[in-house]
Ligand binder design. Structure first.
Ligand code: HEM
Length: 413
């Protein structure tokens, strides 16, 4: 293993610019045998191979398929799911098909679209709380951070008295770095308790109710009532599903909004163009997802048999990891791939591909659109308060996101 190149996600340079070393790997081969943060994997850096790997049914999401040391499996499957059983991202068809079908019945485009007024109101409240005049503010703490947690609380119907607690632990859960396993485990226990209480209460309240799960009640109500023929989620599965939606839906969206604002303020004219033509915001969001993918890597795939991909022979039990940030900058797929350019088509892999394609993509897009529309309308002259290369990035294998987003707000519109 020691002859493999190593890739760190936690030193300052590679968090500031992960792309240069990934491009060097990509130039050599579509898949490279590397050690990422001490864990040996095949890292996929080219677009076409990422699509192949993510659509190959011989590639499993089940950590038990991994042939490496148990310590690695624990590291991969992570403290993030402490106390929570196997969920969508960790299971293969047919179990995956069953769980995904149940949640898809409830997490419908219609239910997502219905959240728009609430998202807009929350965005406006956060904007109203920003300092007046041309002051400095950290838009991660003051805007991008708080917005998604309110949306998730709304989705779940977290009652007002528990909102403070819910916000606090969601924030601790997401804010804990991967080395702060204890804090994250504590936060995930607290959140599982809050969600468990909520589910039990709503279950009793809804016991005799019939619910059109596509249209009525909160997402959580829908999950409680969802049925697929005789199938439904049991209580443990419900908590796991709710927890997964929280874990996957929060930080990712925070960082889509924050990365978006950063990308727009990092070069002259980008923000002004959207201010002049807000209709371009959805296209800009796709380009932000491509050029600063908020999720760098997520769940490894484990080969269930020997698989040849180009020159690479992936042995049964090997771990394979797609780097979404790297494949989205593959020059074989996108001309001038490192450059933000609204001409690039939206076919990025920021939300993954195949059966595990992000379930929350419509919600993430909606939140980011409303967040940008509202802030750009209110603060069209904002600009970064520090040079872009001074911005500090989080040390994370999973998330591409800043530690703070200092801006000068400019005069209000
Ligand atoms: C899956 C990215 C927002 C829920 C995924 C995957 C990616 C991803 C790359 C695939 C993982 C894999 O194949 O191993 C993102 C990004 C987001 C975002 C970049 C925001 C910018 C959300 C939101 C939710 C969500 C808002 C829900 C509220 C999920 C779930 C899965 C998933 C449940 C697992 C689906 C499955 O295994 O079938 N996401 N996500 N995501 N995402 Fe998202």
């Amino acid at each position: 293993m020691s002859d493999r190149p190593t890739l760190s996600t936690s030193d300052r340079e590679s968090t500031r610019d992960p792309y240069t070393s990934l491009a060097a790997l990509r130039d050599q081969a579509p898949l490279s045998r590397v050690v990422v943060d001490g864990l040996p994997v095949w890292l996929v850096t080219r677009y076409d191979e990422a699509v192949r790997i993510l659509s190959d049914p011989r590639m499993s999401n089940d950590g038990l398929r991994y042939a490496g040391p148990e310590a690695h499996t624990v590291a991969w499957t992570g403290v993030t799911t402490a106390g929570v059983q196997a969920h969508l991202l960790r299971v293969d068809p047919p179990d995956h098909t069953r769980l995904r079908r149940l949640v898809s019945k409830v997490f419908t485009p219609r239910r997502v679209a219905a959240l728009e007024p609430r998202i807009r109101t929350t965005a406006r409240e956060l904007i109203a709380a920003l300092p007046a005049g041309d002051a400095r503010a950290d838009l991660l703490a003051a805007y991008a951070g708080p917005l998604p947690v309110e949306v998730i609380a709304e989705l779940f119907g977290v009652p007002t008295p528990r909102l403070g607690e819910f916000r606090y632990w969601t924030d601790r859960y997401a804010g804990a770095s991967e080395s702060e396993g204890e804090l994250q485990a504590e936060a995930s226990r607290r959140l599982a308790t809050i969600l468990g209480d909520l589910i039990r209460r709503r279950r009793e309240e809804l016991a005799d109710a019939t619910l059109d799960v596509e249209h009525e009640g909160t997402l959580l109500d829908g999950l409680i009532k969802a049925r697929d023929h005789d199938d439904r989620l049991d209580e443990r599965e419900l908590i796991t599903m709710a927890f997964l939606l929280l874990a996957t839906g929060y930080e990712t969206t925070v960082n889509l909004i924050a990365n978006g604002l950063l990308v727009l303020m990092s070069a002259p004219g980008r923000l002004a163009r959207l201010v002049a033509d807000p209709g371009l915001v959805p296209v800009a969001i796709e380009e932000i997802l491509r050029v600063e993918s908020p999720v760098k890597t997520v769940t490894p795939r484990y080969a269930t048999e020997d698989i040849q991909v180009g020159d690479a022979l992936i042995a049964a039990g090997d771990a394979v990891l797609v780097h979404h940030g790297a494949v989205n900058r593959d020059p074989a797929k996108f001309a001038d791939a490192d450059v933000y350019d609204l001409q690039h088509s939206g076919s990025h892999l920021a939300f993954g591909h195949g059966v595990h394609y992000c379930l929350g993509a419509p919600l993430a897009r909606l939140e980011a659109r409303v967040a940008l529309e509202e802030l750009l309308a209110a603060r069209p002259h904002m600009e970064l308060a520090v040079p872009v290369d001074i911005i500090e990035w989080r040390h994370s294998r999973i998330i591409r996101g800043v530690r703070a987003l200092p801006v000068r707000l400019g005069r209000a519109s």
